[in-house]
Design a protein around this ligand. Structure first.
Ligand SMILES: [Zn+2]
Length: 400
């Protein structure tokens, strides 16, 4: 991950640049209040090193000290914990869809302080970049917000987060778009671009359903089908920056053509557009909406139920692949398509159970996350890049 533009003179600078200092701040950003003793133990740092870095961070206004509380049992000195000062800095995040751009302003504790949406009339890079620039300019003026430090952009597809290039985004109709550079020029902000599902996985690791779990997969169902992987303490990015492209596993025997150029992809059965296409192919239902289909399914309409059975079957196969390949503790299921989950939950579970090998069968946690949470996740990506100093190709995330 790297910013697409060198910081402007107004951009705040990290007060600590040592590896240990950065690790301390990252741990506090992710983990909430922590004592110095615990920080030293968790990060393998000496007490003096922790004292030195935290003093610098307190003086720079990044950290605050909680009141010392007596140790339970009355033995030893009372200990105080360190917490992050929420308003010291802020980060902006944007999630790009084919229909709109959703933005959020986020404080140092990951709280959303303001959120906005802008509709798109086309998905050309020019229109998207223009919408991002006006949205971020508006969000940057949120009253009470700390100095805006950087911007994160989450977009579907094959994204090179080192160069900020959207290499291939079939849903957007993009190939080789230097999105990071374009957005940085238009917004004036240091900008980092990442795959949207990978960013969401990072935010769930830091603050959400992935906290304290050794490994998890975040599968998103909606306009596309994606999958973020958190394995052994870091987000797995793969040798080429492409991982978890679950939507393009060939698991539907109808072998219909996919936007990616291949056929039989999971997305050709389970994306929102595919579900609508299959529903509208039913006699007499050529203009049906998803809300109407939900009602017909509840009333026991067999052709409609068959469409959702297929969704459950194909997604169940896909989740069994994830379970069998990487064996995560849990699979979090999200995305806007999760609104239809009840219609295929049973079939998905049956299919997954049939194909998961032995102990690989893991729990599935449905988790609706509105697009504002995806925008926050992009801001968290910018926060991580700022605090860790970014990373070069092949470098792993710091373990938590
Ligand atoms: Zn495909």
């Amino acid at each position: 991950m790297r910013f697409s533009q060198a910081s402007t003179p107004q951009t705040p600078r990290m007060p600590v640049t040592s590896k240990g200092g950065r690790a301390i701040l990252t741990t506090l950003l992710r983990g909430g209040a922590t004592s110095r003793v615990e920080l030293a133990a968790r990060l393998g740092l000496s007490q003096p090193a922790v004292t030195r870095s935290t003093r610098t961070l307190i003086e720079a206004g990044y950290l605050a000290e909680t009141e010392a509380v007596p140790v339970p049992g009355g033995r030893g000195r009372p200990t105080s914990s360190l917490t992050v000062a929420p308003d010291r800095l802020s980060f902006l995040g944007v999630k790009v869809t084919t229909e709109e751009v959703i933005g959020a302003a986020v404080d140092l504790t990951g709280q959303i302080r303001a959120a906005e949406r802008t509709a798109l009339t086309a998905t050309t890079p020019e229109q998207v970049v223009g919408a991002i620039a006006s949205l971020t300019s508006e969000l940057g003026h949120t009253p009470g917000l700390g100095p805006v430090t950087a911007l994160g952009v989450g977009v579907t597809g094959d994204v090179d987060s080192i160069t900020g290039t959207a290499r291939r985004a079939p849903l957007m109709g993009w190939a080789g778009v230097p999105l990071g550079r374009l957005v940085a020029e238009a917004s004036g902000l240091a900008t980092v671009v990442d795959n949207d599902v990978r960013a969401l996985t990072r935010a769930e690791w830091w603050y959400g359903a992935g906290r304290g779990v050794g490994s998890f997969a975040l599968v998103t169902v909606g306009a596309g089908v994606g999958c973020g992987l958190f394995l052994n303490g870091s987000i797995y990015e793969g040798a080429h920056g492409v991982t978890g492209e679950l939507g393009h596993l060939p698991l539907d025997e109808r072998a219909l053509s996919c936007a990616c150029g291949a056929s039989g992809c999971v997305e050709t059965a389970a994306s929102t557009a595919a579900i609508l296409r299959d529903l509208r192919a039913i006699d007499g239902l050529s203009a049906i909406t998803l809300a109407e289909a939900t009602e017909l399914a509840a009333a026991g309409n067999q052709p409609v139920l068959a469409v959702f059975d297929r969704v459950g079957t194909v997604l169940g196969r896909a989740l069994a692949c994830v379970a069998n390949l990487v064996g995560p503790d849990r699979i979090i299921l999200s995305g806007e398509g999760i609104a239809l989950f009840d219609l295929y939950r049973e079939r998905l579970r049956q299919t997954m159970t049939a194909h998961a090998f032995g102990a690989a069968l893991c729990e599935i946690v449905p988790l609706p996350l509105p697009f504002e949470q995806w925008a926050r996740a992009a801001a968290v990506t910018a926060m991580e890049t700022f605090v860790t100093g970014g990373k070069k190709k092949g470098q792993a995330d710091a373990a938590s």
